[in-house]
Design a protein around this ligand. Structure first.
Ligand code: SF4
Ligand code: SF4
Length: 342
């Protein structure tokens, strides 16, 4: 089956841009591969995953499938934070205290082969699924929060070589934002965009203050010759539930669209299948990012493939069905009436 793909540049300019957010945390690596393959084949322009090597590797497998089979490849974006937000959870234990006679159930259960007999958990491979924790009869394994520090951005971007990086920022963090940009650019990786994700909810600011924050970041990005995408985080970590959350993202767009700096706007945080119903003519320039709702739609197919010990990409009929479901979510955005005026 052939799936039409739309150019990223024109989609960004016309507001028909669609991004998949997946692999934020504690997701199955095969599921990340499948989600990227399904939504890539369905026509998203970009997938946005956690800045973690294990997750990026899984996402790339899905994107490579799309490229090899359809000849197109969505951008790979990684997300970092210029604050102290928890980046990821990782398992951790001291292998020196494990009894020699232990049959190593932790090692056997780890789907990422992240546990070694002598070295414990390899943090580059662990993606925080948590399966090993209850497997240890002595309860030696713990979850620890992992914060990716700004100084480490450059090295990570060099290793991962993404097409774009998204910086999650918050009011008052312009200095940290600039440090993040500098660290990212030390990698010398040529990025197509640096996206900026910020919202109002939970920050105690209004749209005018948000716009000032965005403008300061715009000036910073221009200084470093980088092009932005403005991700408007309507309701952070909402899980994309219900009509109310869809409205939150649109309300933020309505408040900020006339005040925002130049560059494409993109809705996120609470976006779901209802978001399109709230779009009016003057919202035409905003693209969208789908997170939890995109996963939920495909979940029955992922579960079925798992029961057969397969990835979804290895089940051609189910894979095609999953793409049809994905298209129901994203096609209204890919096809919405667009207006190019910047
Ligand atoms: S080490 Fe534990 S938490 Fe990490 S990927 Fe393996 S099973 Fe999952
Ligand atoms: S199951 Fe527990 S005791 Fe056994 S090797 Fe793993 S961490 Fe050590």
């Amino acid at each position: 089956m052939l799936y039409k793909h739309f150019s990223n540049k024109s989609a960004l300019e016309s507001g028909t841009w669609v991004k998949l957010i997946c692999g934020a945390s504690n997701e199955d690596l095969p599921a990340i591969t499948d989600l990227c393959a399904v939504y890539g084949a369905a026509g998203v322009h970009c997938v946005d995953v956690a800045a973690d090597i294990a997750v990026v590797t899984a996402a790339r497998d899905g994107l490579n499938w799309v490229e090899n089979n359809l000849g197109t490849k969505p951008w790979l974006m990684i997300s970092v934070s210029d604050g102290k937000d928890i980046h990821f959870r990782k398992a951790s234990f001291d292998p020196a205290v494990c009894p020699k006679e232990c049959s190593r159930p932790c090692l056997k259960i780890c789907p990422a082969n992240a546990i070694s007999k002598t070295l414990g958990v390899n943090e580059d491979l662990c993606y925080g699924c948590g399966r090993c924790l209850p497997a240890c009869p002595l309860e030696l394994i713990q979850e620890k929060n992992n914060v990716l520090e700004i100084k480490d951005f450059g090295e990570l971007v060099s290793k991962v070589k993404p097409d774009a990086v998204e910086i999650h920022t918050a009011p008052g963090r312009i200095r940290e934002f600039e440090s993040s940009v500098k660290a990212i650019l030390q990698s010398k990786v040529k990025l197509k965009r640096i996206a900026v994700s910020c919202g109002i909810e939970g920050h105690g600011i209004n749209q005018y203050e948000l716009s000032q924050e965005l403008w300061s970041r715009y000036k910073c990005l221009r200084r470093y010759n980088q092009k932005p995408i403005w991700q408007l985080d309507g309701r952070p970590m909402s899980g994309d539930l219900g009509i109310g959350t869809a409205k939150a993202a649109i309300l933020l767009l309505e408040k900020i669209q006339a005040l925002a700096p130049p560059g494409p706007l993109q809705l996120a945080g609470g976006t779901n299948e209802n978001s399109i119903n709230h779009i009016k003519n003057n919202h035409c320039l905003a693209g969208i990012a789908f997170g939890g709702v995109a996963r939920k739609l495909i979940q029955p197919f992922l579960i079925e493939a798992k029961k057969q010990n397969k990835k979804l990409i290895e089940c051609p009929e189910a894979f095609d069905q999953a793409i049809k479901m994905a298209k129901i979510l994203i096609n209204p955005w890919l096809r919405k009436r667009s207006r190019k005026n910047y």
